[in-house]
Design a protein around this ligand. Structure first.
Ligand code: TRP
Ligand code: SF4
Length: 328
């Protein structure tokens, strides 16, 4: 089988949320049937901003793999591994650093943004500047054909192509220029209508059980102008309605109409959403139940993933060393 190669990764920074599921994992789960997929928990990338306190990083790696498997990633079909277990990423990153102009990294839009946003941290470090180059190595060490990512990551994939081009031009054509597969954005607000964010305490996590999900739906903010349940409602300002847009594709037009005519109460409308959301999340919750308390199973997946990833990465590095005259 000559399947195209996919690589993607996530930083292990804690439990995944509904947004990660819709924005990324659901796409990965689809791609696993048609592509040769490598999915990496990029713990070195987590260190670029979290180098001061590494006490939770191991735990977060296990947690993240558990979330991935719960979402339906099949460890038999895909190579699931931790970045720091495959040292070839580091070697390729080092070699790339020899010919990558600092200006490419300084100009990267995510660089200045993040320094601004994470002001409480000192990100004037070498490692943080090199973040996109390490990402390029993650991708190119598998000679990936495509990378599924969110819009925010597009500049990094563009830089990856530039690095590949530069290598191919300076030495020998070793790398394909990987395409970006943009995740379709289904933007979900938090349950209070603001941006979903841990710091606001308004998230829905992937690991929540059906009762927690139902409870969170009852807490969602609806049209604040609606007092009695037969007042006409305005779905445009209602969080419940935003969720219906994603989870009740078949019924959303109907919900909108009956809301505007005041023919449905918010309590009932939330009940309907709650059941939709539960039927979407319940299989994930159940798979997670099967996995909890089995860290040795996750560990085996990571060990065998690292072995499979290393085999491919080692072959690429032979080509790279040969192209650069670094062989004996
Ligand atoms: N930078 C990515 C993010 O924050 C994570 C990442 C690291 C990645 N290496 C990657 C994504 C390689 C895709 C491919 O989401
Ligand atoms: Fe929102 Fe539904 Fe209430 Fe309309 S009826 S305001 S869509 S919860």
């Amino acid at each position: 089988m000559n399947q195209k190669v996919i690589l993607s990764g996530m930083r292990p920074t804690g439990r995944l949320q509904l947004g990660n599921l819709l924005g990324a994992l659901d796409n990965w789960v689809k791609l696993q049937h048609t592509h040769r997929c490598f999915f990496s928990v990029v713990d070195w990338h987590a260190l670029t901003t979290g180098y001061e306190d590494t006490s939770e990083i191991r735990e977060n790696v296990y947690e993240m793999v558990t979330d991935w498997l719960s979402a339906g990633l099949d460890p038999e079909k895909n190579v699931i591994f931790r970045q720091s277990d495959v040292k070839e990423h580091a070697e390729l990153y080092l070699l790339f650093s020899m010919f990558t102009p600092i200006s490419w990294l300084e100009r990267c839009p995510t660089y200045k943004d993040q320094i601004e946003q994470l002001r409480e941290k000192n990100l004037a470090t070498y490692g943080f500047l090199g973040y996109p180059l390490l990402q390029a190595a993650d991708i190119l060490v598998y000679r990936a054909d495509a990378v599924p990512v969110g819009e925010d990551q597009a500049p990094h994939i563009e830089m990856t192509r530039e690095v590949a081009r530069r290598f191919n031009h300076l030495y020998k054509p070793v790398f394909p220029e990987p395409a970006t597969i943009l995740n379709k954005v289904k933007l979900l607000p938090g349950i209070d209508g603001r941006k979903m964010s841990k710091s606001y305490g308004n998230t829905i996590e992937m690991s929540e059980n059906p009762d927690e999900i139902r409870r969170k739906v009852t807490q969602m903010i609806t049209d604040p102008g609606r007092i009695r349940k037969d007042d006409p409602g305005n779905p445009d300002v209602c969080t419940v309605f935003s969720f219906h847009g994603v989870f009740s594709a078949d019924a959303v037009a109907d919900v909108e109409a009956v809301c505007r005519r005041g023919e449905i109460g918010c309590v009932q409308c939330k009940k309907q959403l709650g059941e939709k959301l539960v039927s979407y999340m319940e299989p994930i919750f159940e798979r997670r139940q099967q996995l909890t308390g089995k860290p040795e199973y996750i560990r085996e997946i990571l060990e065998s993933g690292a072995k499979k990833a290393s085999e491919v990465a080692a072959k690429t590095m032979e080509l790279v060393r040969e192209a650069m005259n670094l062989t004996l």
